[in-house]
Design a protein around this ligand. Sequence first.
Ligand code: PXP
Length: 274
Amino acid sequence: MNETRPAARGPLRLGVNIDHVATVRNARGCGYPDPVRAAHLAESAGADGITAHLREDRRHITDHDIDRLMCEISLPLNLEMAATEEMLAIALRHRPHAVCIVPEKREERTTEGGLDVASDENRLAQFIAPLADAGCRISLFVGAEHRQLESAARIGAAVVELHAGGYCDAHAERRILDRDRELKAICDMAAFGESLGLEMHAGHGLTFDTVKPVAAIPQMMELNIGHFLIGEAIFSGLESVIRRMRELMDDARSSAADGQADLAMASGLTAASG
Ligand code: PXP
């Protein structure tokens, strides 16, 4: 092992986001497929947590889903939500293991950018205080920028989840330089965040092709993955897809390398293959 290589901090947790099981259910307005059933399958396939985003427009997960997830699953629930009074009341009623605050725009298809903590420090500090007092682990979903992490640490967040969407989009669109720049920013900010005392997570857009370099980042403690897993489950089944994702994460973790080039090689993400 290279002496300057930072050691991985421990096992990397996989949070499975079940929102899009509810998207399919809601497309027909009936009771199936059931996201709670997906949560049970995720657990048996090796997930460490369940993530669900209760959006203000309830386009996928509903209030009833959250009631059921809180009662029926044994894995910790990470409730993603916007910083609104309505969501605060819901989270305080349920007291999930973790609350991840995300920006939300009604017209967006999915969470497009990170939260602007730096421009909204006072309001967010007041918003998260009662949640932290209620015992929820507070996570803020942000872009890989110093000022956002500094603000997150200042207002007392326990966790920062770095937005991996830019990296994944660049990979899908074969914009190699952008992809590598985005990945480097995630690596750098994972180290910076940890130095501020934050626990580092990442999520959004991760697939079999893009997960390994992020999983190999030693400071990374949790990845939250949804859309790809649910989509791929159509072809291979949910348990098998989650198991495969787990294997890729564990492989990357055990061969974690210290530099950008090594991270790229760990996944086959080279300029030639990109
Ligand atoms: N993390 C956060 C904060 C998100 O908003 C989302 C999307 O809901 C995810 C992770 C999962 O992203 P994806 O569904 O693209 O894997």
